[in-house]
Design a protein around this ligand. Structure first.
Ligand code: SAM
Length: 233
């Protein structure tokens, strides 16, 4: 058997959940279980404590935060929970153009958290503006043109900061994920799509080169990348 080559991004691999005709039950189960998986691997609790908390309290009014490509909505609701525990009031918005993801996110809607079925361009043409725009696990889904459009749109939508979090491609991440995801994967796309995601993901220097000098790419936690850029809105 040939050894898996992770030396370059495999941009040709398509994730099962990106197929509009994929099994709807498995997709909904996957989106629901992202709550657990993102909590364990995405590092947003750490990002909240190290970067977001101080940003959110730097206004004399509730900050307006957008999660672009919010999927099942769990990252946004987790951040809302952390801010509420610190007594910080925030207007949270999640936006995703995929109606299947939107339907799943609506189950997590609650006072202070709004989910919109819209992409970045629709929000821009609607004149929307936010103090902070973030995303999780969107960048690796995009090709080079889409990456440029998505990140430029995220900057246009923010008058403050933009944060895009994603996976860092690597053999150890791949091996550990393959083992750790197995017990929670049945009935979902988590195993296949997670491993494909790692193969599609960037390494730190690659992402920095793809994004250009506006962006600072760091590794806030093991196997994670965080791109921070200035808003232009
Ligand atoms: C793997 S999902 C990530 C979902 C969620 N952020 C998470 O971490 O679980 C990527 C999402 O990005 C969304 N997306 C892709 N292009 C987008 C765009 N231009 N504007 C907003 N969302 C987009 C897709 O519809 C998809 O739901």
């Amino acid at each position: 058997m040939s050894r898996l080559d992770l030396s370059t991004r495999d941009e040709q691999l398509r994730e099962l959940m990106d197929d509009p005709d994929c099994d709807p039950q498995r997709l909904q189960a996957t989106l629901r279980r992202f709550g657990l998986v993102n909590r364990l691997i995405s590092g947003w609790d750490l990002i909240y404590r190290r970067r977001l908390r101080s940003l959110l309290t730097s206004f004399d009014r509730p900050a307006r935060v957008l999660d672009l490509g919010s999927g099942g909505g769990d990252v946004l609701t987790r951040l809302a929970q952390l801010a509420a525990a610190d007594g910080i009031t925030v207007e949270w918005t999640g936006a995703d153009p995929d109606p299947r993801a939107h339907e799943s996110a609506l189950r997590r809607a609650q006072p202070g958290i709004t989910f919109r079925c819209a992409d970045a361009e629709e929000l821009i043409s609607g004149g929307e503006s936010f103090d902070l725009v973030l995303s999780n696990h969107v960048l690796h889904h995009l090709d080079a043109d889409e990456l440029r459009q998505f990140t430029a749109a995220s900057q246009q939508l923010s008058s403050g900061t933009v944060l895009h979090a994603d996976i860092a491609r690597g053999r150890l991440a791949y091996g550990l994920y393959a083992v750790a995801i197995t017990p929670v994967a049945p009935g979902t796309f988590l195993r296949t799509d997670g491993l494909r995601s790692i193969r599609r993901s960037y390494q730190r220097a690659e992402l920095a080169a793809a994004l250009g000098p506006d962006w600072e790419v760091s590794s806030p936690a093991p196997f994670r990348l965080l791109a921070q850029g200035p808003g232009r809105g």
